[in-house]
Design a binder for this molecule. Structure first.
Ligand SMILES: O=P(O)(O)OC[C@H]1O[C@@H](O)[C@H](O)[C@@H](O)[C@@H]1O
Length: 458
């Protein structure tokens, strides 16, 4: 695997910019703990950086609390040694202090909103960076195609591409990575996965979770940018890419870029897309207000909480097959899967009857599972077809998705991070839909929270 290594053999120092934030507490620190407690854990130094005044002691307590669920010797050492630096990351002098504290073998994790990450990168341009420094950036990477391109250009001035980690935790999900083994290590599915046999592909990520207090971020993003522009397009890349020669960073990311470059909205103007927003409702025993009544939401943003878009892939393998990507919040069920629906057989022998559902291959993202839906001869009337499902439950990986992502950053292996051109392609693909929505060419529907979406969509 391609690995950007530092010459120093000192343990890597992970510097979290935005240490006081929600992402650090909810995902990064628990992810780090899961990595440290696994056989892949290695010694690492940790420095927390934020603009608010705090102390080493208070920061240590936060780390200790976040590590509580996955204790390990390595975690104990980190807690004992970790330090906190108060700094304004947009100020070069402050960042210089941070880098001085970090030493030589450094990974800088920007756990910050995109606008602040941009300011921090601009400030870094004024400094001499330690050789081999890794820069890890959270999604969303830019706010559109143009801003993603200019952020990429800025990063190019800072470090070589293999030292940039555009984090998308879906690439760390064992269930997404399963696609590679399933497709490329078994002869039985791959030859079938093409326009010759597949009628459509659905990539669905429906959640019961609602806004969960994230208005500050979500009300500007919405379901399309939050889930489809980033995560689901990467899942599509894994589901549709050509078999790569290897799974190293060059081949895998090259394969993803190639298929995404061939991907476009089904209609050039993006008006085949659909969007909706939840109204008041109940999920289980949780009563939810309408999205627009959630705290911090500005109704004038017209933010959607459910988005669907249909894509075409203009290449030999997939020409004419619709890929339907959909994700929403506050829905009745958690349905998170990739479904390949196969075309009808060329000829059903006359006399065999009762063909109800097409054959389907379903890959569950949460929980990890594999299903093959088939029609076979029924028990009573041997010429009557009945549906049958072959079902396998798959083991989820030992590491959380963030544990996997952090492991690759600490090892300096960019395979599971988003390459710059891939991030740009993802923005290019959704651009017609964003434009159509801004111009109100696609109406915004509503659905009561806790239902399967707008009635008109069924
Ligand atoms: O199921 P996971 O791994 O938490 O991923 C889904 C989450 O992914 C995040 O990136 C989105 O911002 C969330 O809105 C979403 O809920």
């Amino acid at each position: 695997m391609t690995a950007a290594t530092s010459e120093s053999s000192a343990p890597r120092t992970l510097v979290i910019l935005g240490a006081g934030g929600d992402l650090t507490a909810r995902l990064l620190l628990p992810g780090l703990a899961s990595l440290l407690a696994s056989p892949r854990g290695e010694a690492v130094r940790l420095i927390g950086v934020d603009r608010s005044e705090s102390s080493n002691e208070a920061w240590r307590k936060r780390v200790e609390t976040a590590f509580a669920d996955a204790p390990s010797k390595l975690a104990e050492t980190i807690v004992a040694e970790t330090t906190y630096v108060q700094a304004d990351v947009s100020d070069p002098a402050s960042l210089e202090r941070v880098l001085a504290a970090a030493g030589t073998n450094v990974a800088l994790y920007f756990a910050l909103p995109p606008a602040i990450t941009l300011l921090a990168c601009k400030a870094l341009r004024k400094l001499e960076l330690p050789k081999g420094i890794m820069l890890a950036l959270e999604k969303p990477f830019g706010t559109d195609y143009a801003s993603a391109r200019s952020l990429n250009r800025l990063l190019q001035h800072l470090v070589p591409e293999e030292q940039v980690f555009r984090v998308d935790h879906f690439l760390g999900k064992s269930t997404v990575l399963n696609l590679l083994g399933l497709r490329f290590a078994n002869r039985i599915f791959e030859p079938l996965l093409s326009a010759d046999n597949v009628e459509r592909v659905d990539i669905v990520f429906d959640e019961q979770l609602a806004l969960e207090g994230r208005a500050g971020y979500y009300d500007r993003a919405g379901a399309l940018i939050d889930m489809i522009q980033s995560h689901l397009l990467l899942v599509l890349a894994f589901a549709a890419m050509e078999p790569p020669a290897s799974v190293d960073a060059e081949d895998l990311r090259g394969g993803m870029a190639q298929v995404l470059r061939a991907t476009r909205t089904w209609k050039a103007n993006g008006t085949e897309s659909r969007r909706a927003r939840y109204g008041a409702g109940t999920i289980g025993d949780r009563k939810l207000p309408a999205y627009i009544d959630e705290q911090g939401v500005d109704p004038s943003h017209h933010t959607e909480t459910l988005a669907e878009m249909t894509l075409a892939i203009d290449n030999w393998r997939w020409a004419g097959v619709p890929f339907v990507l959909r994700s929403g919040k506050a829905l009745a069920d958690t349905r998170q899967e990739i479904v390949f629906t196969f075309k009808p057989v060329p000829h059903l022998p006359s006399g065999l009857h009762g063909m109800k559902t097409p054959a389907r291959l379903r890959i569950g993202l949460k929980p990890a599972s594999l299903d093959l839906d088939l029609m076979i001869n029924g028990e009573d009337d041997p010429f009557e077809l009945d549906p049958v499902a072959l079902h396998a439950e798959l083991q989820a990986g030992q590491l959380s998705a963030y544990g996997e992502v952090l492991s690759s950053i600490l090892e300096g292996d960019p395979t599971l991070s988003v390459r710059g051109d891939v991030a740009e392609q993802c923005w290019r693909i959704v651009a017609p839909v964003l434009k159509a929505w801004r111009k109100d060419e696609v109406s915004i529907d509503t659905y009561p929270a806790g239902t399967a979406g707008p009635k008109s969509w069924h």
